[in-house]
Design a protein around this ligand. Structure first.
Ligand SMILES: [Zn+2]
Length: 272
């Protein structure tokens, strides 16, 4: 049984503030240790439940947060950036399931720790008219390879987004958000037990999870915080403007839509 893990930081159990998630910030070194131990808890549980191969893709910021020296030696880590498939680098059809660890709610969600969608400048990202969190976007890429998302952890709204946008993965609420930068958090022993139970449930029912597949051409709609970012996204052939800050692109399939989204992010960075 081969498991792909994409791990972000905003949805890690002890994490609530920007002072923790930005490399170099006051509490970042502690946050990356918390991220590493939470990924380890999921890896350990998956191995206990019979997983034979685990690939972990570090998916936060510079994507070199997880401490390899502390990671379970039976997992393989993909570290650093940029990566062609970003938060999903390493996924292919050989995996039995994808797990999302430390994920967060989509941009604009109330009562969600550091809600955003790939970048703070993205106000919304829609696929065929439906607003997507990173779980929805990344889960569809797993779906393109025929791989289901079976597990997600984060705050209550990260879990809610994934359940709404994907085919009902097991959701583990590792903290309860009370605002964008505040949450009820729990001692790690408690979190670890929740994660272990969630992973066990996901693995036990692994055959029942269905990949989320977008068939045929896919419409990507992205709304940015600044109109100049939309100007840059319009440089991509086949992209049109919906309003001042919103662009639309119809791609031939989901893989191309995902790549176009990545190009839009690259083009729009640095615009003020
Ligand atoms: Zn992140």
């Amino acid at each position: 049984m081969k498991i792909f893990i994409s791990a972000d930081m905003e949805g890690i159990s002890g994490v609530v503030s920007m002072e923790q998630i930005e490399p170099g910030a006051r509490d970042y070194e502690r946050a990356r240790r918390m991220m590493t131990r939470e990924v380890n808890a999921v890896v350990d549980a998956a191995l206990e439940c019979g997983a034979s191969e685990i690939v972990v893709n570090d998916s936060h910021d510079n994507m070199d947060n997880i401490l390899i020296e502390e990671l379970n030696r039976r997992a393989v880590l993909i570290s650093g950036s940029p990566k062609p498939l970003s938060m999903m680098q390493g996924i292919d059809e050989s995996f039995d399931a994808a797990f999302f660890v430390g994920y967060h709610a989509r941009a604009g969600t109330a009562c969600a720790v550091i809600d955003h969608t790939y970048a703070f400048r993205v106000l919304s990202a829609k696929i065929n008219g439906k607003p997507m969190s990173e779980a929805g976007l990344n889960g569809r890429l797993a779906g393109w390879f025929g791989v289901p998302v079976a597990f997600i952890s984060g705050d209550q709204n990260a879990v809610a987004c994934a359940k709404e946008e994907l085919n009902n993965p097991v959701g583990v609420e590792v903290k309860s958000a009370v605002g964008r930068n505040a949450a009820v958090i729990y001692p790690f022993d408690v979190v670890k037990e929740r994660l272990r139970a969630g992973v066990a449930e996901a693995v036990k029912n692994l055959k029942s999870f269905k990949p989320t597949v977008e068939k045929g051409p896919v419409e990507l709609e992205v709304s940015f915080s600044i109109s100049g970012m939309a100007d840059m996204a319009l440089l991509i052939p086949g992209t049109s403007r919906k309003d001042g800050r919103t662009v639309v692109h119809t791609a031939r399939d989901y893989m191309d839509a995902f790549k176009v989204f990545r190009v839009m992010l690259a083009l729009s960075s640095g615009i003020r």
